[in-house]
Design a protein around this ligand. Structure first.
Ligand code: IMP
Length: 209
């Protein structure tokens, strides 16, 4: 087994332009003496996500930021996988939200995206299972090309209509197993204690600190 490379205190680029993800990753990193700076703050370009797996896309983003920013970089590729839709939207979760018109121009309309998932489940009939999971792959990349990948999941059920104001993306329709609230109704700390991102992050912490 090859040894994991350790993270040392100092600057780390969060290779994401998604404010929701950046906020959650900053909160998860807070106890570790890391100084996170986002790719958006550094004006680093976002590479095209051409991979067909979460890991491929996470590695694309982490390597791009590590090279451009000449610093260790952490990326997150994540998505919602719905059992009855054969795992869709999966790696295409963000694409399902792309809208030509959203708040006056092209943008990501999460309400529309949640409606698309719900519409597809409705087409399959009222007895369609509503279980789904969020998947998160975190990739760490260093400027010398070394990289490490950590994967996490959280299982739940999809509810309709959407509920709650916290979180981001598909949180208002995702009710984790064992809870009556959706991710968007839970306090951020409760989500951080159990989310797919937290699951992947725990593996990263065990390997990297
Ligand atoms: P990507 O990783 O940039 O391809 O985007 C994945 C998309 O999955 C995000 O833009 C979110 O909409 C969705 N997603 C990932 N993690 C979460 C989460 O914790 N809550 C809600 N939606 C999420």
């Amino acid at each position: 087994m090859t040894a994991h490379r350790k993270l040392t205190p100092g600057k780390l680029i969060i290779a994401s332009h998604n404010q929701g993800k950046v906020r959650e990753i900053q909160a998860l990193l807070a106890p570790f003496g890391i100084e996170p700076v986002s790719a958006a703050e550094l004006d680093l370009p976002e590479p095209e996500e051409t991979g067909t797996t979460f890991a491929e896309n996470a590695l694309l983003k982490a390597h791009a930021s590590a090279q451009e920013g000449d610093c260790v970089a952490l990326s997150d590729d994540s998505g919602l996988c719905v059992a009855a839709l054969n795992g869709a939207p999966g790696v295409y979760t963000a694409d399902w939200a792309e809208a030509d018109q959203y708040e006056g121009g092209p943008g990501r309309d999460w309400y529309m995206a949640m409606g698309k998932v719900e519409g597809k489940l409705a087409e399959l009939g009222p007895d369609t299972p509503r279980n789904a999971y969020f998947a998160c792959t975190l990739a760490l990349a260093w400027p010398d090309g070394h990289a490490e990948v950590f994967e996490g999941r959280v299982s739940g059920n999809l509810v309709w209509p959407p509920r709650g104001q916290m979180g981001f993306g598909y949180d208002p329709v995702f009710q984790p197993v064992g809870f009556d609230q959706t991710f968007a109704e839970l306090e951020p700390q409760q989500k951080h204690d159990m989310s797919h991102r937290a699951d992947a992050f725990q593996k990263l912490v065990a390997a990297s600190f």
